[in-house]
Write a protein that binds this ligand. Sequence first.
Ligand SMILES: [Zn+2]
Length: 242
Amino acid sequence: MKIERLNVGWFTAAAGIFRAGDDMDRTIRYPVLAYVIETETERILIDTGLNPAAIADPAAYYDRPDVFAVSTPEQEQSVADQLDVGTLTKVVLTHLHWDHVGGLRLIPASVSVVIQRAEWEAGHDDAAVQRNFFLPRDYAEDSREVILIDGDHDLLGDGSIELMLTPGHTPGHQSVRVGDLVLGIDVAHFASGLDDHRFPVFADDHEQQGRSAERLRAMRDAGFTVIPGHDPDILHPGVVTA
Ligand SMILES: [Zn+2]
């Protein structure tokens, strides 16, 4: 099983927005990432990064200028530029934020998506869309098969890849365990977040996010390698090992 990290772009924002208590007059440039898991029979994309057509003028494309008033995205090579997306067998969406689902329409419609039911339903509920800064243009008109799961899920039926329901950042956020490695994604943007719980100032439910961070911290302390969502100091592209 091989896991590769792709850097598909960046977003720049005041430090204090994505780490509570940090400076508001200093910015941080965060990597936007996607992962490819290859088994003997599967090629699974975890998150989809950004869509160049959107990032050219995101406030206009999404009609949500408030989101892009506090966060400036930059496009690197998209998933379609870095991969033969025609060979993918599945897409797993960890959650519906634009930096994770934005590239969905770059993937052939024959490739199905696996997502938590709680996340998908929130993404189609007006109040939850507003509260979570979801941008439905990326996913609401998509025609592909969507496989909805409820809670922890053995993705391939052989125990090799486990999707873990880790809510809080968004209503149905999920993490991905592959052997001894856990892609924690946005349970914590920074590795230190598992311990200090200095999360972004926005969340669907910070208390729930804290419990999800405790779950991943306990796994880390038991010997798993837990990878955060957007930590610029440690998340470089390339093959990922536990
Ligand atoms: Zn994110």
